[in-house]
Design a protein around this ligand. Structure first.
Ligand code: CTP
Ligand code: CA
Length: 224
């Protein structure tokens, strides 16, 4: 009964998220992507909306339905994701970077479909680094509360602690085990300036609600 009269955790807050993979073209019909399904990011967007926030979700290509009440901006490349985030970040209270953003794009992408010519002549791709969206947002003078994700294949505790400091963010969330892409469940490790703690294995929507609770508590205590 008492709970019903409590204001929602993120009532009146504005939340911006990235989710899903990015797609970096090689030519008009080919590209480089990754195995992110977008499920965790979409679950967090849904949980933030349930918690009363006004939610904008910048999404790479996924097969998922837009969560109820969430404003979705579709992008393909990391550069487009960067531009959509920068175009929407003003006035946001919270930024959660869940997307698996390509670290590199093809520098010599072709405007025409690459054709087989002979057996010796295979295409050579060159790469250039993409902008770091989370680091860019975290460096803004009036930055929202910033939460990052990390998909590590090993040494999660060590890499997670270091990555949070390198990205200059108050909270970094690590996937425990890297076989999480596409699954419906997950378990998370939270890194903040106090150390780290775990959210044990559960379905992604349950974890997303727990994570929103953890974030809201930290935002209430944080100066930024
Ligand atoms: N991220 C981002 N823009 C990029 C790369 C990553 O916003 N160009 C965000 C991701 O959404 C995630 C966090 O940064 O929230 C960490 O991503 P991750 O790939 O783990 O870290 P990197 O800094 O790219 O380091 P590395 O891949 O070398 O481990
Ligand atoms: Ca990366």
């Amino acid at each position: 009964i008492i709970a019903a009269f409590q204001p929602k955790l993120l009532a009146g807050r504005r939340v911006l998220l990235t989710a899903g993979p990015t797609f970096e073209p090689i030519d008009p019909v080919r590209g480089i992507t990754n195995l992110s399904s977008g499920k965790m990011g979409y679950a967090i967007a849904r949980a933030a909306r349930e918690a009363g926030a006004e939610v904008t979700l910048v999404s790479g290509p996924t097969a998922l339905e837009t969560p109820y009440g969430v404003r979705r901006v579709d992008v393909q490349t990391a550069q487009q994701m960067h531009d959509a985030v920068m175009g929407n970040v003003t006035g946001q209270d919270l930024f959660v970077a869940v997307a698996a953003v390509a670290d590199w794009r093809v520098a010599n992408a072709s405007t025409q479909k690459l054709k087989k010519q002979n057996e010796q002549d295979t295409p050579e791709l060159q790469f250039v680094q993409n902008p770091d969206i989370l680091a860019t947002v975290a460096a803004l003078p009036q930055r929202p509360y910033c939460v990052g994700f990390a998909a590590e294949s090993e040494n999660l505790e060590q890499y997670g602690t270091a990555k949070r400091i390198r990205k200059n963010i108050p909270l970094l969330v690590g996937n425990i085990g890297h076989q999480t892409f596409g699954r419906d469940d997950n378990s998370l490790m939270l890194f903040d300036d106090q150390g780290h703690s775990a959210l044990p294995r559960a379905d992604k929507q349950t974890l997303a609600r727990q994570l929103i609770r953890e974030i809201a508590r930290r935002m209430a205590q944080s100066p930024d």
